[in-house]
Structures are given as C-alpha cells and as structure tokens.
Ligand binder design. Structure first.
Ligand SMILES: Cc1cc2nc3c(=O)[nH]c(=O)nc-3n(C[C@H](O)[C@H](O)[C@H](O)COP(=O)(O)OP(=O)(O)OC[C@H]3O[C@@H](n4cnc5c(N)ncnc54)[C@H](O)[C@@H]3O)c2cc1C
Length: 523
C-alpha cells in the first residue's frame, strides 16, 4: 500500500472500527485515507445501545468479556483513551471498574418453584464425563458438520452445567460440535467458576457507550471518514495473474447510487454478514416484525461474491435456517425502583454483581441481567435499565399463552413476573422493548472447513473479510474478540505489518488433565 492509497471498510461494526485503528496505529496509514461505510444511521453494528427515559432504552445485546482471553481486544483498547477518566485507556478503566464490581452470581439458576438451584455440582453422570472427554479429544476434521447432540446423550442436556453453559454462551443442542469443542478449550477457566460467573468482566456502561464511542472518537480525531446511511450493494473486480482485485464499490448513499473507484493499491475490507442482520424492534404494544435476510441485504453481498468462488466461503451453511438461529432479547426501562429492590432482596446480588439469572424450567428459557447502574451515559438518576433474552422464542410461554415471538413488551413483562412471582405492580412504570434477531446464532451452525473464508482469502490482492464468518484457528465466534482478531489479521497481512498478533492464550494446554481433575471434583 502506498502512502496515498486508500482503504474502504464496510460496515461499521467493531470489526471495521478496529481494522481502521490497527491501520493507523500499526500500519502508519493516515486517518484521512480511511473511509468506513455503514448502512445504519450510527456506527457500532451489533454493539448498539441508545434511548432515553421517555422513549425507553434499547440494546440488542449485553456483553460478557474476560481478561484471561480477548487478547486482541485489549491490545487495541490499551491504545484508546477513555472518555470517562482523563489519562487512562479504555482497558485501564475497564479493569479498575471490575476490581470494584466483581461478578459473584448468587441466583444463577432458578427452577419452576422459583427456588435457587444448587450449582456447586455440574450434575454430570459418568456417561456425560466420558462423552465430554471424547468430544474434546476429537479433531475438527472428524467433528466436521456434526451437531453437539451427535456427541452428547440426552441426559447431558438436563445437567446444571448445560443450563449454565448454554445460557452464558447461547448454545443450542443442534449447534456445531466443532464450535462447542473450541468453547470448552478457549473458556476452560470458566468451568470452575461458571456458577458464579466470577471470570466475567463487564464494561462500565453498555458496549456502545463504553467500547464504540471512545474508539469512534479516537478514529474521528485521526481524520477517518465515518460515513453512515451508506449501503454497499456490489463490488466490481478484475482478475490479473490469477489474483482477485476489487476495482469499484457500488453503494446507495442517502438514497443516491454511487460508485467508488478502487485502485490496485487501495484496500477493501468487507463485512461478510452479521449476526444482527434483519433484526427488528417491537414495543410495549407490538411484537417485533418478522424480517428475513431479504429485508436486510447484509447477506446478499457475500452470497453474490461467493457464488462459484469456494475460497470466499459458503454463506448457505450459516443462513439457511432461521428456526435454528433465531432468538429474542428485550431491554426494560424503569422509573420506579420496585423491581430492582425486589431483585436485590431476592437474589442477594447488587446490580452489576449477579450476571445472568436463568429460569431453567421456563418454556422460553428466559434469562435476565441487572447491570451496574447507570447503564447508559445519558441515563438520569431514578431510572433503571435491565436486559434479558430467551433462547426459545418459538415456544408458548408458561404465563402468557403465546410464543415469545408473537408477544409485545407488556406480555414479556407478564411472563417474567410470573417466573419471579413478582406482582405486576413492580413493573408498572416499565417500558419493555423486544428485539427479534433471526440470525443471532447463525455463526454456531454446523460447518465444515472452507465454509468460512480466511480473513484474506487465497488469491485476493486487495480484499479482506472482517466478521464473525471467517476462519481463525482456535478462536471462538459470538465474541467481540473474534471480529477484532479478524481485523488485526486482515490488516497485518494486507499491509505486511511486522508486529506479532497476540496469540490465543493456551489455557487449555493441559486441558485433559484439567478436565479430569474438574470432573472428578464435580462427582
Ligand atoms: C445479543 C448479543 C449478545 C452478545 N453477547 C456477547 C458477549 O457476551 N460477549 C462477546 O464478546 N460478544 C457478544 N456478542 C457478539 C458481539 O457483539 C459481536 O461478535 C460483534 O459485535 C460483531 O462485530 P462485527 O463488526 O463483526 O459485526 P456487526 O457488529 O454485526 O456489524 C456489522 C455492520 O455491518 C453493517 N452492514 C452490513 N451489510 C452492510 C452493507 N452492505 N453496507 C454497509 N453496511 C453494512 C451492519 O449495519 C452492521 O452495522 C453479542 C452479540 C449480540 C447481538
């Protein structure tokens, strides 16, 4: 890349924002040479979070991070100044925050009697232990496109371990055995603390305010062009000496068609699909509309590009079944402390220390999280916000005779209060905004080698993929880390940067010994 070359990235999630920062910090690319094209009105992608006490707050997700993993994320955020504490980095402020607000869940699982389920034991039988060991020792080519249910028998899915692990990480029994194995290895340290979530680190506010905003502020100060309302619809390319070279980007910017010419020395970073593609919001009176990929276009580009080019992956492995990939979250804004007071009294946890509370017998498999307050930078005193989600929105509720997918915010609150045995008056002031995400676990769908392209696909001269749908050895999807690592790999490779990328920490080096010791301890 020459000093006057340009870099174009689309869309504007943490992956692209991180790639821009790595280009500037480690590749000496001038900020004004970089443009990020995002179809939404704001940057941040899945790390959204916005609202006010009147309209209600909303965020699609609430994130758990760790400092034992997330190597590339913290490598980045050690260089990004905090917006809250002058002279500190985002990494430093996050670590300090977690030193004073430690996770120690005391009501991780509740049963249908609203009793706290004892979780000191994982509930494994000898058969579960043997099957887990076998799965963890089988190589990825053998696991191939198999599902978790191909390796673990039905009783495993009734263990306390499964309820905690599946709701912490959003796994379903039909998901990829390869990805499940990778999670066991990557998060092996969580085994011994999954019942309290003691290893989990939180950001001070929601992740838009705590991760996106400071990074975006830094990029803007470097002169990066952050272009919103700009949807990329196609790429022109040529093949030269067998190499794939992007020559133009077609986009619709504020309703107008445009073509951005791309020189051979320019770089293009493409978002090949997103877990929040086609997501939609409801309200207290309306369920979210049921959108599909046809309504969003996010997947379409990858499908067009990959047709007939196996090196660009196989989107159909991930986007062919909404029934297996969809779930719903909801954000609740309260103007009366009654609900938080009851939860503190009942769970024994102050907001920000409890992690997930899961109703393990609920038909929807519902969980809620009460984060430290305020959870939004603009959230006034006297207003409280919490987030929840359900893994089975297609099932009829226990207290509302409807699938969650057909429920509005008021009905979701009725179901929640039913499980908690709280009077509806505790949520009388609540505004609950549901969010349907039809592709939220599409990254977990069974896959084979080659279904995901490399961050810089073989034969590509100036095109890279940055997303959750690229192949990175040993790392795990459904994490901020995966997109940031993809960004770092893509940037370093295309710019030939001679700086080591932080490796995936080998916590699982002695996995089998650890596994043995742990499962013996859980007998
Ligand atoms: C509910 C939920 C819970 C989560 N929990 C955790 C957690 O606990 N821990 C954790 O580490 N991670 C978690 N994650 C995952 C994490 O948020 C994501 O992995 C990460 O944010 C993905 O970033 P990305 O940049 O790859 O893609 P996204 O953030 O999805 O960004 C994609 C962007 O591309 C844009 N776009 C798509 N197509 C086009 C186009 N054609 N033209 C222009 N723009 C386009 C989209 O509008 C979007 O803004 C969670 C995510 C969700 C939704």
């Amino acid at each position: 890349m020459h000093t006057n070359s340009k870099a174009y990235l689309f869309g504007g999630g943490i992956g692209s924002l991180a790639a821009a920062a790595f280009m500037i910090r480690d590749g000496n690319v001038p900020g004004p040479n970089i443009s990020i094209l995002e179809m939404a009105p704001v940057m941040g992608g899945s790390l959204d979070g916005a609202g006010d006490p009147i309209a209600g707050y909303s965020m699609r997700g609430g994130r758990m991070l760790t400092t034992d993993n997330y190597e590339c994320t913290w490598d980045l955020y050690k260089s990004i100044p905090s917006l809250n504490h002058e002279g500190k980095s985002v990494f430093e402020e996050t670590v300090e925050f977690n030193e004073t607000h430690k996770s120690n869940a005391m009501a991780r699982l509740l049963d249908k009697r609203r009793a706290k389920v004892p979780v000191a034991s994982m509930g494994f039988s000898m058969q579960d232990r043997m099957e887990l060991l076998k799965l963890s020792q089988t190589n990825e080519d053998t696991l191939a496109a198999s599902c978790i249910t191909d390796w673990l028998s039905p009783p495993f899915f009734e263990t306390e371990f499964w309820y905690m692990w599946s709701t912490t990480f959003a796994f379903q029994p039909w998901h990829s055995a390869v990805e499940f194995k990778r999670y066991l290895l990557r998060f092996v340290l969580e085994f011994s603390r999954i019942e309290t979530l003691a290893g989990v680190k939180r950001t001070i506010y929601n992740q838009y305010d705590s991760l996106v905003l400071p990074l975006q502020t830094w990029l803007r100060a470097q002169g990066v062009h952050l272009i919103t309302d700009c949807k990329v619809t196609g790429l022109d390319h040529k093949i030269e000496d067998g190499a794939f070279i992007v020559t133009g980007i077609h986009c619709v910017r504020r309703g107008k068609n445009d073509v951005i010419p791309i020189d051979d020395d320019d770089l293009v970073f493409m978002q090949n699909a997103s877990m929040t593609d086609a997501s939609s919001l409801g309200s207290m009176t309306n369920a979210p509309p049921e959108l599909t990929k046809a309504d969003s276009g996010g997947w379409t580009l990858w499908e067009k590009l990959a047709a007939g080019r196996p090196e660009f992956g196989n989107p159909a492995a991930f986007n062919s079944s909404i029934a297996q990939a969809c779930w719903e979250s909801f954000t609740v804004t309260l103007k009366d402390p009654a609900f938080f007071d009851r939860m503190i009294e009942f769970s024994g946890n102050q907001p920000g220390t409890g992690g997930l509370v899961t109703f393990k017998d609920s038909n929807w498999l519902m969980s809620i999280v009460l984060a430290y307050q305020p959870h939004f930078r603009n959230q006034p005193a006297g207003v409280q916000v919490f987030w929840g989600y359900s893994l089975f929105p297609d099932r009829v509720g226990n207290f509302v005779p409807k699938p969650m997918a057909a429920c509005n915010g008021a009905e979701i609150l009725r179901e929640l209060c039913g499980h908690l045995r709280f009077d509806l008056e505790t949520v009388a002031s609540a505004n609950c905004i549901p969010c349907r995400m039809p592709y939220i676990t599409s990254m977990f769908m069974p896959r084979v080698r080659g279904d995901r392209p490399l961050p810089v696909p073989r034969g590509s001269k100036n095109l890279a993929f940055v997303s959750q749908f690229v192949e990175i050895t040993d790392d795990v999807v459904f994490t901020v880390e995966y997109s940031v690592r993809a960004a770092q790999i893509a940037v370093y490779e295309l710019l030939e940067i001679d700086r080591a990328i932080p490796p995936v920490t080998p916590h699982a080096k002695s996995l089998h010994a650890q596994f043995d010791a742990l499962i013996k301890a859980f007998q």
